[in-house]
Write a protein that binds this ligand. Structure first.
Ligand code: HMG
Ligand code: MG
Length: 302
C-alpha cells in the first residue's frame, strides 16, 4: 500500500447500483432479487445505498416496483437508503415508506431537462422547490444531482459556468450535498478539477458521479479526491446508465474504486471479495458479464 499526499483519509462510497445500475438494464429483475442485491451490498460493507426511484413508473419501468421493494427490504440501523424523487408525487410515495433521505436530480442542459424531466432548466426548480421544503419539514435529508456536467449528447460541451449556476441553485434549495454527474462519461481529469474549483462553496458539499463510457471515471475520481472531494458515487459491477441519455453507459464500478482506494491506504469498510461475489451473482441474473475490470480479475467464475 502506497499513499499519496493530499488525499483524504476516508472516502464515503455512495452506492448507486440498485438505482442507476438497474434503471438501465434490459432485463427487469424480480423484486426479491433486488432486495437480495441491496442486502448483499450491506453485507459487503457499503453503508449508503441508493435503493430505487419514485419516478413515473412508465418512464422507468425497471424501477416501477419501488414501493414493493421498500416494503420487503429490512432496513438496518446505521445504513442510509436514499431514493431518487423528482416531484411531490414521488415524495408522497417515498414518505409512505418512512424514507429518511431522498435525491432530486436536475439538468445543466435544456435538452436533457426536457427529455429526462419534461421540464425546462428553469421550470425544473419549480418542481424541486416544494419537494425539498416539504422533505426538510418532514426531517428528510435531500441530496441533489446535476446531470450533463461535462458534455451533453445533443448540445456538446457544457460550459462550467452553467453547471455551477444550476448546481448552486440546487444546493441553495436546502440540499446537503451536490453530486456532479458526468452522465455520458466524456469528462477528463483537468476538466473535473476546473469544474470543482469553480464552485464557490468549495469541495465540502460536492460529490462526484462518473459514468465510464470513455474509461475516464477512475482518473477523474482520483483528481476529484485531490481537489478535496470525499464522497464518490459508484455502482457495483460497473452497471448503469440513463435511459434518457443516448450513449450513457455504466457507472464507475465500485470494485474498481475500492481497489484504488485500498491501494492508496484509504479505508472504505468494504470487503472487496464479498462485493465481487455479489456482482458476479448479479451478472448471472442479468445475463451479461460485469464490465468491471476488478470483477473480471477477481471473480472465481470462469
Ligand atoms: P410528467 O409527464 O411531466 O408528469 O413527467 P406530470 O407531473 O405532468 O404528471 C403526469 C401524471 O404522472 C400524473 O398522473 C401524475 O400523478 C403522474 P395523472 O394525474 O395524469 O393520473 N406522476 C407520477 N406517478 C408516480 N410517481 C411519480 C409521478 N410523477 C407524476 N413520481 C416526471 C415528469 C418527472 C414525473 C417524469 O419526467 C419522470 O418520471 N422522469 C424520470 C426520468 C428518470 O428517472 N431518469 C433516470 C434518472 S436520472 C439519471 O439517471 C441521472 C443521474 O444518475 C445522474 C447522472 O448520471 O448525471 C441521477
Ligand atoms: Mg448516473
Amino acid at each position: 500500500m502506497h499513499r499519496i499526499d493530499g488525499l483524504p483519509d476516508h472516502v464515503t462510497i455512495y452506492e448507486v447500483g440498485p438505482r442507476d445500475g438497474l434503471q438501465n438494464e434490459a432485463a427487469i429483475l424480480p423484486v426479491d432479487v433486488k432486495a437480495e442485491f441491496v442486502e448483499r451490498l450491506v453485507d459487503a460493507g457499503l453503508t449508503t445505498i441508493e435503493t430505487t426511484s419514485f419516478v413515473h413508473p412508465t418512464w422507468v419501468p425497471q424501477l416501477a416496483d419501488a414501493s414493493d421493494l421498500l416494503t420487503r427490504l429490512e432496513r438496518r440501523p446505521g445504513i442510509r437508503y436514499p431514493v431518487l424523487v423528482p416531484n411531490e408525487r414521488g415524495l408522497d410515495r417515498a414518505l409512505e415508506h418512512g424514507v429518511t433521505e431522498i435525491a432530486i436530480f436536475g439538468s445543466a442542459t435544456e435538452t436533457f431537462a426536457q427529455r429526462n424531466l419534461n421540464r425546462t432548466v428553469d421550470s425544473q426548480f419549480e418542481m424541486f422547490a416544494p419537494v425539498v421544503s416539504r422533505a426538510l419539514e418532514s426531517g428528510v435529508r435531500v441530496r441533489a444531482y446535476v446531470s450533463m456536467c461535462f458534455g451533453d449528447p445533443w448540445e456538446g460541451p457544457v460550459p462550467i459556468a452553467r453547471v455551477v449556476e444550476v448546481g448552486m441553485r440546487l444546493l441553495d434549495l436546502g440540499c446537503f450535498e451536490l453530486s456532479l454527474g458526468d452522465t455520458i462519461g466524456v469528462g477528463t481529469p483537468g476538466h473535473a478539477r476546473a469544474l470543482i474549483e469553480s464552485f464557490p462553496c468549495g469541495p465540502g458539499p460536492l460529490a462526484v458521479h462518473f459514468h465510464d463510457t470513455y474509461g475516464q471515471a477512475l482518473a477523474n475520481t482520483l483528481e476529484a479526491l485531490r481537489c478535496g472531494v470525499t464522497v464518490v458515487d459508484a455502482a457495483a459491477g460497473g452497471i448503469g446508465g440513463c435511459p434518457y441519455a443516448e450513449s450513457a453507459t455504466g457507472n464507475l464500478a465500485t470494485e474498481d474504486l475500492v481497489w484504488m482506494l485500498h491501494g492508496l491506504g484509504i479505508e472504505t469498510g468494504v470487503d472487496l471479495g464479498s462485493l465481487v461475489d455479489t456482482s458476479s451473482w448479479l451478472a448471472r441474473r442479468l445475463g451479461r458479464p460485469s464490465p468491471s475490470s476488478v470483477v473480471r480479475a477477481l471473480s472465481k467464475e470462469p
